[in-house]
Design a protein around this ligand. Structure first.
Ligand SMILES: C=C1C[C@]23C[C@H]1CC[C@H]2[C@]1(C)CCC[C@@](C)(C(=O)O)[C@H]1[C@@H]3C(=O)O
Ligand SMILES: O=C(O)CCC(=O)C(=O)O
Ligand SMILES: [Fe+2]
Length: 252
């Protein structure tokens, strides 16, 4: 029942053999949807995983509600930082159709031969990541992979591709990966803020001018999500590949 089906972004997935034929990530994942002012998270745990998961469902419902609140506060700060005011992005994400993902990375006897999660930019808008104290998240900056040391009471916040497009490229989505180790399993919780499915991703006019022409075409989040689920494994070039893909399909 909980098994994730090809093309869907919810459910349990291990080894990803159903989706990819090479570079399989060394991880298991459980992904589910979140929408504000609903009990969809709690209902998923009870409805798909069973009555014995009711308590866990309550906890993750509360966690996702808190992540939603934090995401909208961060969107206010990002709007102020770009000079377009606190309301613009906060209102854009007031209704959202976000994804919560639980990552489990088993120990690996030959960790140098694989990756927990390969190099990528999150195609989503904003990621709030809670990692445990094992360590393994790395970000590629200034020419090399740098480990993000776990901090107990801190979250890691990533800009994703969709927000890069919304900010007309002023913010860049962050290239990152997760390595594994021989001794200890690692777990992380990733809350991916996503707009409502059919909302058009278009930067505010104030961020487009002669010096800053449009960096990406208009698109809906549902079309980018479908691209990553059915046509293209998200990597560090997803948005460029997606832009070419939609312009190609429009021209056809
Ligand atoms: C919309 C999504 C697709 C992925 C989960 C969320 C945000 C991150 C994406 C992902 C983790 C990027 C690396 C490749 C991927 C296939 C994975 O390793 O899980 C991506 C997720 C996915 O397509 O399931
Ligand atoms: O587990 C981590 O530290 C990173 C996971 C990640 O990048 C993702 O799920 O998109
Ligand atoms: Fe990621």
């Amino acid at each position: 029942m909980a098994q994730r089906k090809p093309g869907e972004s919810c459910g349990y997935a291990s080894s990803f053999t159903g989706r990819f034929s090479s570079k399989l990530p060394w991880k298991e994942t459980l992904s589910f949807r979140f929408s504000p002012s609903t009990s969809v998270v709690h209902d998923y745990f009870v409805g798909s995983l069973g009555e014995e998961f009711r308590e866990v469902g309550v906890v993750y419902q509360e966690y996702c509600d808190a992540m939603n609140k934090l995401s909208l506060e961060i969107m206010e700060v990002l709007g102020i930082s770009l000079g377009i005011g606190r309301a613009h992005f906060k209102d854009f994400f007031h209704g959202n159709d976000s994804i919560m993902r639980l990552n489990y990375y088993p120990p690996c006897q030959k960790p140098e031969l694989t990756l927990g999660t390969g190099p990528h930019c999150d195609p989503t808008s904003l990621t709030i990541l809670h990692q445990d104290d094992v360590g393994g998240l790395q970000v590629f900056t200034e020419g090399r992979w740098r480990t993000i040391t776990p901090k107990t009471n801190a979250f890691v916040i990533n800009i994703g591709d969709t927000f890069m497009a919304l900010s007309n490229g002023r913010y860049k989505s962050c290239l990152h990966r997760a390595v594994v180790n021989k001794e200890t399993a690692r777990k992380s919780l990733a809350f991916f803020l996503c707009p409502e499915m059919n909302k058009v991703v278009r930067p505010p006019g104030r961020l487009v001018d002669a010096q800053h022409p449009r960096a990406y075409p208009d698109f809906t989040w549902s079309s980018l999500l479908e691209f990553t689920q059915k046509h293209y494994r998200a990597d560090m070039k997803t948005l460029d590949a997606f832009s070419q893909w939609i312009q190609g399909t429009l021209a056809a």
